[in-house]
Ligand binder design. Structure first.
Ligand SMILES: *[C@@H]1O[C@H](CO)[C@@H](O)[C@H](O)[C@H]1NC(C)=O
Ligand SMILES: *[C@@H]1O[C@H](CO)[C@@H](O)[C@H](O)[C@H]1NC(C)=O
Ligand SMILES: *[C@@H]1O[C@H](CO)[C@@H](O)[C@H](O)[C@H]1NC(C)=O
Ligand SMILES: *[C@@H]1O[C@H](CO)[C@@H](O)[C@H](O)[C@H]1NC(C)=O
Ligand SMILES: *[C@@H]1O[C@H](CO)[C@@H](O)[C@H](O)[C@H]1NC(C)=O
Ligand SMILES: *[C@@H]1O[C@H](CO)[C@@H](O)[C@H](O)[C@H]1NC(C)=O
Ligand SMILES: *[C@@H]1O[C@H](CO)[C@@H](O)[C@H](O)[C@H]1NC(C)=O
Ligand SMILES: *[C@@H]1O[C@H](CO)[C@@H](O)[C@H](O)[C@H]1NC(C)=O
Ligand SMILES: *[C@@H]1O[C@H](CO)[C@@H](O)[C@H](O)[C@H]1NC(C)=O
Ligand SMILES: *[C@@H]1O[C@H](CO)[C@@H](O)[C@H](O)[C@H]1NC(C)=O
Ligand SMILES: *[C@@H]1O[C@H](CO)[C@@H](O)[C@H](O)[C@H]1NC(C)=O
Ligand SMILES: *[C@@H]1O[C@H](CO)[C@@H](O)[C@H](O)[C@H]1NC(C)=O
Length: 634
């Protein structure tokens, strides 16, 4: 009760005091905490007896019964084109989740391009037969750069992807990617407009710091992200204080967005890792530390050691901590391990971004120092929860860091949570694994390993995959859409079907151009024809076959093995697209794919790693040295 009164007062204060200001970045902290002895504030479960947040369940189920039911029919029609009678699948259509990995802006752009290839609203994707998968999906998970597209889609009311990224000439201004994240007025840190910009950012952060909440480099980063991915910044207000630039937009307000209210959007989940307080790691993590997820309703972890969640809108008796930019910034907070080159965590950071961020941080730290400058500081809401297993049970604060810090670059964990019961999982794998920035399956393999070792009780397991990155390369499965787990041996199936859509060189043999949305889109809708550089005219229907296949396992009476009643058309697709561990495909089936990028920046969008590697490493080293000096000096 105390909480409720406090909460209501807090909300009134919030809406009265700050209509629309950059200081809305400050959370409200004078909220009475609930009486923990009588209030079920933290939701707890066990690894083998999970519960999903009831608000999540309600949203997902209602969406399945309403918009998704209609979207399946819109996508596969009566099913006759793929050899089925769609009406026999009514009520048992598979539950599907999409995952967008990390990799800075490159990953965000890849995600946008791949999503537009499966979006029914894109006419070419629709006529290719791939457009529609987005609309039948129940979940969309994102981490790091993937969290930006996820958040951006929601906070801009789920527009078509092209409008989201490039603007629509109306109320969508696009991502404004020609304006650098940290030095939007060009490389001179001291230029008039850069200084205005930094002033705005610092003003937001100081408002937060003045409430007593710890701040860090994640805060300026969060504010910079908000200018591009949220909806309150345009070219004309960029260098002004006329807009709050997303400062008051909260993750838990997602349910008020019109597209959400019509159940048009998949349920979004961001992933962030934690560095346990017992560890001061500045390198990547092992698989052990707790992985958290952020939804519009909850901050939670389904890791067996914690198995708990609490309302995202009221973390630790604070309201408004869940700033949308800060949520995306947390998931993309790679700063503690910036010297670790083994992962993708440097993408999107060119030397000017480093310089700008470094400058703001120096100003910030000259005003306020807190416990840790290089992590996202979160008050720990799980103190004294699961005391015998939870690593941070005694910690007042959590050090949250980039969601890919443990090597799981694709946010797959949340989609494999048993209780969510997904039938089909679609990694849109834009990871930059190899020297040319193509994925090599590592993200999948690391998640598969974490799930088979630490999360066996709580998560579904992966279907058979190529054994290692070399095998992903040698089988060509990272250069074409591949379906994993097509033929389970049990019913219910022992693993979900995984539709792997990697970022890959253009199927037609063209040289790849970085940051170019069109070729990624083209790849996504085209599939492959073995041993050629042709598009597969049947790929859209094959994707439909894969998406719908698990419905056959729920037919009543059951037909087992369900391979018996897979349609001939779909069986042909599966022969071409499925990974059979006994008889793996070969790299020669995807000939003439060019690995090396040319003309990395044809549209003048952003500087990227491949162009700026040396500068970038210089900038990053500079930042770290700077922080060390600063920390030493204070
Ligand atoms: C699982 O948890 C629920 C409460 O969340 C409880 O009612 C039920 O008895 C539990 N089942 C088992 C098998 O422990
Ligand atoms: C969805 O439909 C199923 C079957 O028709 C029904 O049992 C369930 O209650 C519905 N759920 C919601 C949230 O509408
Ligand atoms: C599809 O199945 C429904 C009943 O489930 C039936 O009414 C309909 O005639 C079938 N359509 C075809 C083309 O067989
Ligand atoms: C479909 O999406 C692609 C890539 O975003 C875009 O280039 C194209 O214009 C879109 N087509 C339509 C009809 O919306
Ligand atoms: C931004 O999105 C919010 C919903 O999150 C909406 O209320 C608001 O009108 C939008 N603002 C602009 C400028 O489009
Ligand atoms: C932008 O305008 C369109 C109509 O032009 C409207 O449907 C949409 O909701 C608006 N989006 C926002 C975020 O205000
Ligand atoms: C916004 O206000 C702050 C605080 O007064 C100031 O430092 C900053 O320069 C202003 N920004 C712009 C763009 O005018
Ligand atoms: C972590 O760093 C802090 C501050 O730098 C230090 O006080 C603490 O002892 C370190 N902990 C470990 C386990 O190294
Ligand atoms: C927090 O969200 C829950 C639903 O998840 C809602 O019932 C409650 O009113 C919200 N509180 C605030 C402060 O927004
Ligand atoms: C938490 O503190 C208690 C009491 O000091 C101690 O017994 C326990 O080992 C600590 N747990 C962890 C995970 O550090
Ligand atoms: C695969 O990617 C990882 C980074 O995720 C990299 O460390 C490894 O060297 C790559 N292996 C091959 C064979 O490309
Ligand atoms: C897309 O693919 C078609 C072949 O299907 C090709 O003609 C076209 O040039 C491609 N466009 C781009 C931008 O890659």
């Amino acid at each position: 009760m105390q909480l409720l009164i406090g909460t209501l007062l807090g909300l009134l204060v919030a809406s009265a005091a700050f209509e629309n200001s950059i200081t809305d970045y400050a959370p409200i902290v004078n909220i009475d905490c609930p009486d923990f002895s009588t209030t079920e504030f933290v939701r707890e479960w066990t690894a083998t007896n999970q519960t999903v947040n009831p608000n999540e369940q309600e949203y997902v189920d209602t969406r399945i019964n309403t918009t998704i039911a209609a979207a399946w029919i819109d996508w596969i029609g009566d099913g006759s084109q793929i050899g089925y009678n769609a009406s026999s699948f009514t009520g048992i259509f598979p539950k599907i989740g999409l995952a967008i990995p990390g990799g800075g802006l490159r990953a965000a752009q890849f995600g946008a391009a791949a999503l537009s290839g499966i979006d029914a609203r894109n006419e070419s994707a629709k006529s290719a037969g791939t457009g529609g998968l987005l609309q039948v999906s129940s979940y969309l998970s994102g981490l790091s750069g993937g969290s930006w597209i996820t958040g951006s889609l929601l906070f801009n009311d789920f527009p078509p992807l092209g409008d989201l990224v490039f603007g629509n000439g109306g109320n969508l201004t696009g991502w404004l990617l020609d304006l650098d994240f940290a030095l939007p007025d060009g490389d001179d840190v001291f230029s008039e407009y850069n200084q205005y910009f930094f002033g705005s950012i610092l003003y937001s952060i100081m408002a937060k710091a003045n409430t007593g909440i710890d701040t860090s480099i994640t805060d300026p980063w969060a504010r910079m992200i908000s200018y591009h991915f949220l909806n309150q910044t345009s070219r004309s207000n960029f260098f002004t204080n006329d807009s709050a630039h997303g400062a008051g937009q909260l993750w838990h307000n997602i349910p008020t967005i019109p597209a959400w209210q019509q159940h048009l959007t998949p349920f979004p989940i961001l992933v962030t890792d934690s560095r346990p307080q017992s560890l001061n790691a500045t390198t990547s993590l092992t698989l052990d530390p707790t992985v958290y997820e952020i939804t519009p309703f909850e901050f939670a972890s389904y890791d067996p050691d914690l198995s708990a969640g609490l309302p995202i809108n009221a973390s630790a008796c604070v309201i408004g901590f869940d700033q949308a930019g800060f949520m995306m910034g947390t998931s993309a907070s790679l700063f503690n391990q910036i010297l670790d080159f083994a992962h993708n965590t440097l993408q999107g950071f060119d030397s000017s971004d480093s310089n700008g961020l470094l400058y703001v941080l120096s100003q910030q730290l000259s005003e306020v120092r807190t416990r840790a400058d290089d992590v996202a500081n979160w008050p720990n809401p799980f103190q004294q929860v699961k005391t015998s297993t939870y690593d941070d049970t005694n910690s007042t604060w959590l050090s949250l860091i980039d969601g890919a810090s443990n090597g799981e670059n694709i946010p797959l964990g949340p989609l494999f949570v048993r209780e969510r019961a997904l039938d089909v999982i679609v990694p849109l794998d834009g990871s930059a694994d190899d020297p040319n920035n193509w994925p090599n399956g590592t993200g999948m393999l690391v998640s598969a390993l974490r799930q088979s070792t630490l999360l066996e009780a709580s998560h579904q397991q992966f279907p058979p995959l190529p054994q290692n990155a070399q095998a992903f390369i040698a089988t060509g499965t990272r250069e074409r859409a591949t379906f994993f787990g097509c033929d389970p041996t049990q019913n219910p199936p022992e693993y979900p079907l995984v539709i792997y859509i990697p970022n890959m060189p253009p199927f037609n043999g063209d040289a790849p151009a970085a940051n170019d949305i069109r070729p990624v889109y083209n790849n996504t809708i085209s599939g492959f024809v073995p041993n050629t550089n042709d598009a597969d005219p049947n790929f859209g229907k094959c994707l439909q076959c894969a998406a719908v296949d698990r419905a056959r396992y729920k037919l009543s009476p059951t037909v087992f093995p369900p391979t018996l009643n897979r349609s001939d058309f779909c069986q042909t697709c599966f022969t071409q697209y499925c990974f059979d561990p006994e008889n793996p495909p070969s790299l020669s089936e995807v000939p003439n794919r060019q690995q090396t990028f040319v003309d990395p920046d044809p549209t003048g969008l952003v500087d990227f790693l491949e162009e700026n590697e040396t500068k970038l490493i210089g900038g990053v080293v500079g930042l770290v040295v700077f922080i060390v000096l600063l920390v030493g000096g204070l």
